[in-house]
Write a protein that binds this ligand. Structure first.
Ligand SMILES: Cc1ncc(COP(=O)(O)O)c(C=O)c1O
Length: 408
């Protein structure tokens, strides 16, 4: 069946609830409207060029840097480097520092549940420069034990990269404590945190955390694709990873994507307006969905921690005796859009490395579903989802080839 035929046979469900914000954002009207003029009137302005449209583009670029710097308590807007995605920012952080250290033997420390753009960049550095990559394990909820982390520190560690919030199971790591351990051991170690899943949902200050490099991504906060950023603390030296003609961003050459940067800034403004209210709403909806599933569906495992150390927008559960892919399709027919693993692995049909790292068995990892909650969801959306999740899981379990399945 072609994709067109598949979509035609899909029908129109009574309601549609989009929970797959991890794989693809939806961009609200206010953000799109803010971006539109920069595709036509100002879109031709390249901020590196000295004419009026160029200056105008340069002006909006600086305003965006200023706003984003303020939201993470950076000292200066110059510490914000725009890339075109979080993946690029992670690569710039890891490979930029690795390149700087290419002439020495040394070690990069990452956690077992990093986004693959960090893990693969560290592995690439090992291949290119012979750096050792040490992978710190996590416990059953995805937390790093500080004592175990300390055991990974040694004088040859030049970079640590540990994410603030995990993208699949929502674990909020104690970055401040890990930075202290790493810097007490060696003040010269560079500490990078991938905060793509934390930004605009947790308040944090780069000064308070003590981090040197921080990754942000527009598409994780209802901004458009095509913009990401790396905070680079003043004094931290990185080498550019890609080469190209002169642009404003010396560390990430290539013409800046001005409409996307404008959208990134607007999305951040919307998230930080009524921040506490937005987060409270997300937490309530998160708990309503999670508790509703646990109350109404038997044989479900929660992946990741419960309570305040879980990101406000993350619900990840494994439905035992059900294939995650089959459930995403069944839910899609009912207008509920979710993913069965992280963005990077769902098409590979490989069990998620994050779920395996927290000790899930292969089949438990395969039955996992990720729901990302946003402030744009409503209680009606959650009730509709719950009703359909109960029915969909029941139906799939009835036809499941796996023995010993119980239904209520
Ligand atoms: C924690 C984390 N880091 C980095 C990325 C990559 O961001 P982008 O999609 O902007 O490349 C993602 C996206 O899935 C993520 O969740």
């Amino acid at each position: 069946m072609s994709v067109k035929e598949l979509l035609k046979s899909h029908g129109t469900p009574p309601r549609e609830v989009y929970f797959d914000l991890e794989n693809s954002p939806f961009v609200p009207k206010e953000v799109v409207e803010e971006m539109l003029p920069y595709f036509n009137k100002y879109g031709y302005g390249n901020p590196a060029i000295t004419h009026k449209p160029g200056w105008e583009a340069y002006g909006v670029l600086l305003e965006a840097k200023e706003f984003i710097a303020k939201t993470i308590c950076a000292e200066s807007p110059e510490e914000i480097v725009f890339t075109h995605s979080g993946t690029e920012a992670n690569n710039l952080a890891v490979l930029g520092i690795a390149l700087k250290n290419r002439k020495r033997k040394g070690k990069i420390v990452v956690s077992a549940i990093e986004h693959l753009s960090v893990t693969f960049a560290a592995e690439y550095s090992s291949k290119l420069f012979g750096h050792e990559v040490a992978v710190v394990p996590v416990d059953e909820d995805g937390f790093i034990d500080p004592e175990i982390f300390e055991a990974y520190m040694s004088k040859d560690v030049f970079l640590v990269s540990i994410q603030t919030v995990n993208h699949e199971i929502g674990t909020i790591q104690n970055i401040k404590e890990l930075v202290k351990i790493a810097k007490d051991y060696n003040p010269d170690v560079v500490f990078h945190t991938d905060a793509a899943e934390a930004y605009a949902r947790l308040r944090f200050s780069v000064k308070d955390l003590g981090v040197d490099l921080v990754t942000l991504s527009s598409s994780k906060i209802h901004g458009p694709r095509g913009a990401g950023a790396l905070y680079v603390r003043r004094g931290i030296e990185l080498e550019p990873v890609i080469r190209g003609q002169i642009s404003v961003e010396k560390l990430w050459p290539g013409a800046e994507n001005i409409p996307a940067i404008v959208g990134f800034k607007k999305a951040a403004e919307l998230a930080f307006d009524n921040f506490e209210e937005n987060v409270k709403k997300m937490k309530n909806l998160r708990d309503m969905l999670m508790e509703g599933i646990l109350d109404r569906v038997p044989d479900v495992l929660v992946n990741g921690p419960r309570g305040n150390l879980r990101a406000p927008d993350n619900v990840n559960v494994s439905f035992l005796y059900v294939e995650g892919e089959a459930l995403t399709i069944e839910l899609s027919l009912r207008g509920i859009y979710v993913s069965s693993a992280s963005a990077c692995t769902s098409r590979m049909l490989e069990p998620s490395h994050v779920l395996l790292a927290i000790g899930r068995k292969y089949e438990e990892a395969h039955g996992s579903i990720l729901f990302k909650i946003s402030r744009y969801h409503s209680e009606e959306d959650i009730n509709y989802a719950l009703e359909n999740i109960v029915e969909a899981v029941k139906r799939l379990r009835e036809i499941s080839p796996i023995k010993g399945v119980k239904n209520e």
